[in-house]
Structure formats: C-alpha cells, structure tokens
Ligand binder design. Structure first.
Ligand code: HSE
Length: 396
C-alpha cells in the first residue's frame, strides 16, 4: 500500500473502541483514511454515527472491492477469526485488537499472512496505548532481551488499586471497571488471568520468536485472592499486582507465567495504578527500561489502532524475524519461584511439591506457607485447583 493510497476501511464492531476509532478518524483527516461501512451485531441499537454506515452483513464489507482495510474490534473471538481469514483471502490489510483470537490462532494466521503477503497489525491487543509489540519487534535484539515483566491487564490493575487504596470490595471494583469500559464483555477473562496470558503469548512471539498457545503458560488471575492477603501485603509494604513474566533462564530457555505478585516499592510496577499498564524490559546492555501508559479504555486503545492504520500507509508488516533465528527459544519450566499461599484448614496441599518451605504458620482465619516451588511442579499441582487457595509470587 503506497503512502498516497486512500485507506477505505470496513470496521467490525462499534463498541467502546470501535466508536472511539470512528470519532478519532473523523478528527484526523491527514491520514487519508475513511470508514466506508461498519458491521454490527444488533441493528436496533442507537448509534452515534449515520445509519447509512451500518450493516449486519459481514460479507458486504469483506466482498466490497473498494474496501482495502479491515479494522476488527469485536469481542467474539470466533467471529473475529472467521472475518480475519476471509479478509486475508480477499487481500485486505487487517488491524485487530482481538488478543484472544490472535493468541489462540497465531501460528495459522501467520502462515496465511505469509502466503498472501498482507499486513496484519495488532498493537492494541497488548497493553492498549503502549507500543509494546512494535518495540519488541523492531528494537530489541534477541540476545539482548533478558526479561519482560509487565502489568498487561488494565481491569485487574484497576480492581487491585481500588481495593488497596479505596478499600472497595472486589465486586464493586469490578463493576466500576466494567462501567468504565475497561473490562472484557466476559470479565472472567480479565479476573482469571486469561486476557493477560493471551497477551503474554503474543509478547513471547515478538520478544523471543516463541510460538505457544496461552494454555501452555502457567496463569492465575486475581479472583482467588483473599482479603487477608492484602493485610499481609500492607504489613510488608508490598502491593499485589497481576504480573506477566518472561525471563531468560538459560541458553535459549524462557520461563513464562502470569501470576498475582507481591511487588515492592523499588519496582516501577509498584507505582502503576488504576487502568494503567507498565512493562519493564530487561536488557543485558541497557539494564532496565520501563514503558508506561493506559492499557484499556476507548481513546488509549484507539490510539494504538490509529497508529496501526497509519502504518498501513507505508505497507508496514511485522516480520517475525526472531522466529527465523536458527537459535530457537523454547519455554522452560525448571525455574524456581518463591510463593506465598494462604488457604483454609481443609485444603490438601502436597508439601512434597515444594523445594523448600521458608515459613508455615496459621492464625484463627487462615493458614500460610511461604515456600519455593518449580514452575514444573506448580503447573502439575492438582491441589491448586482448590478454589480457596490463594497463591502470590514474590516478584524478583
Ligand atoms: N480488558 C482489557 C484490560 C482491555 O482490562 O486490559 C484491554 O486489552
């Protein structure tokens, strides 16, 4: 697509972000990009855009030869997958924010993308407004990137902030995150850590060239945290954050997981509040770099979508160079992590799974363990399925 070419967009979805990008494009005429048609699910809802723009027939966009760009901002990952595949087949460039769809189908989608040599950009899928993907893709060389540690889900960070600072209960804080348009339509994806692990699997592709399914990565959300955990954190001067980690553990070996984490004041992540996201990128030469910005919400997410649309003017494509590196990176589960567990009396925890136990004590409400465990044992620990066990990692 040349610099001069008019971008004629078919937009899928007119929710929080879809309506945002519609508004933003109207205010950015210099982009030479306009929305021709918008596909929505429910025709009867009132919309802040001319009725003539809307359709409920996805093929009227996908088969329209005038439309050369598909911007896909719907939350139904299966429908998004179908739309993106047909868009590839019809040679339309694609901008998507659907982390679930991308994470679950990345390998296949990239194969199709290569065949058709079409741009497929998704900066908004990871950390909202922060340009994480393009940075990992373009700037950081494989050998230099020693770690990625980030708060990548705005809703859970908003909930944890409100619980810690304003003493809101979990349900009220979640409701606020939903009302503000940060949460997924199915908020279980946020609070169970699924959205964060979807994002981590996309990060692994661009940071290390690792192709993996989110289900291969250890992940827990914030839904099993117990109020007593916040008391522990407060006493120790720590914050609880949901952190996505990828760390070099040896030659071409990466340990990757999403877990609630105790973060101390010295970490930049400690200061990331509300719906903001933050990622610390560890590099052998530059030491640590910190990227910070809004991770959810209408205009922050629209800014990333807009930047992808702008990049289409010069035919920008991710190259996935790290996947072609002869030295392949793989996931490793040998790393040991230090964890805190709080649980009820009846929980059957297999203590043999721990490499060592540093503390074990009880009060009248809960039992506590502070111990070291390998990711491998953690991954296989069926006792962790017990809903009343809260697990928090000590972030290094
Ligand atoms: N539900 C997501 C979040 C939206 O809270 O981060 C942005 O990806």
């Amino acid at each position: 697509m040349s610099n001069q070419q008019q971008l004629t967009i078919g937009l899928f979805g007119f929710g929080v972000v879809g309506e945002g990008i519609y508004q933003v494009l109207q205010q950015t005429p210099s982009l030479n990009a306009s929305i021709k048609t918008i596909c929505i699910k429910h025709a009867d809802k009132e919309r802040n855009a001319p009725t003539a723009l809307f359709t409920t027939d996805e093929n009227s966009i996908l088969d329209d030869p005038e439309i050369n760009v598909i911007v896909e901002l719907i939350d139904d990952a299966d429908a998004a997958y179908r739309i993106v595949k047909k868009a590839f087949a019809n040679k339309k460039a694609i901008v998507s924010a659907n982390k679930k769809m991308i994470a679950e189908h990345l390998e296949e989608l990239l194969k199709i993308q290569k065949e058709h040599a079409i741009s497929f950009l998704y900066e908004a899928a990871v950390c909202g407004s922060i340009p994480v993907i393009r940075n990992l893709e373009e700037y950081y060389d494989n050998d230099l990137l020693s770690s990625f540690s980030g708060i990548v889900n705005g809703s859970t960070n908003y909930i944890l902030t409100k619980m810690s600072e304003d003493k809101l209960d979990f349900a009220t804080a979640l409701k606020q995150a939903q009302d503000l348009g940060f949460a997924e339509s199915n908020p279980a994806l946020d609070i169970e850590g699924i959205d964060a692990v979807n994002k981590l699997s996309i990060v692994l592709k661009h940071a290390y060239g690792i192709t993996c399914l989110p289900s291969e990565l250890i992940h827990r959300g914030i839904n099993r945290l117990h109020p007593i955990d916040s008391i522990y954190a407060g006493e120790k001067g720590l914050q609880i954050k949901l952190v996505a980690n990828a760390k070099h553990t040896g030659e071409q070996q990466i340990a990757a997981y999403v877990l609630p984490a105790f973060v101390n004041k010295d970490s930049q992540l400690y200061h990331v509040r509300n719906e903001f996201n933050g990622t610390i990128i560890g590099s052998k030469l530059a030491d640590e770099q910190f990227l910070y910005g809004k991770g959810a919400g209408r205009f922050p997410t629209s800014s990333a979508v807009l930047s992808d649309i702008a990049a289409l003017r010069y035919g920008y494509k991710y190259e996935y160079k790290k996947s072609d590196n002869p030295l392949k990176y793989t996931l490793s589960y040998s790393k040991e992590i230090k964890v805190y567990l709080s649980f009820n009396a009846h929980c059957d925890i297999n203590r043999d799974d721990f490499t060592s136990i540093e503390e074990s004590y009880s009060n009248h409400k809960r039992h506590f363990l502070i111990a070291y465990i390998s990711l491998d044992k953690l991954n296989k620990a069926t006792w962790l399925n017990n809903q009343s066990i809260s697990l928090i990692v000590f972030n290094e």
